[in-house]
Design a protein around this ligand. Sequence first.
Ligand code: 5GP
Length: 116
Amino acid sequence: MTTLFAKIVRGEIPADIVYQDDSVTAFRDINPVAPTHILIVPNKVIPTVNDLTAADEQVAGHMLVVAAKIAAEEGIAEDGYRLIINCNEYGGQVVFHLHMHLVGGRPLGQMVLRPR
Ligand code: 5GP
């Protein structure tokens, strides 16, 4: 199985990659919602959070550690930021390759809007 993000991981599609190692890749979102908006993805295709297994615990945890490292490098760690993983339709997931959004650089407001 391949995905848009797998092609970015392999360098087949251009992206502004800010970090890469054997298990994860991080690159700037093409349509940023804040001054810092970076996507952190496992190099192997895991479609959604629902597809994680015990064998993925290391890579899932590594995504968090890499997010913290990038936040520090971006200079947004002190002020704070948000990590978001959308899952399936209600979560608003569009790309079915697990990814964590690292969003910051401005006050982000309410986490989830309440229905009117
Ligand atoms: P989702 O809604 O699935 O959680 O988020 C998908 C994210 O991928 C969106 O924020 C969108 O802007 C980003 N995105 C979609 N296509 C591309 C692309 O080709 N390159 C990059 N860098 N980001 C993309």
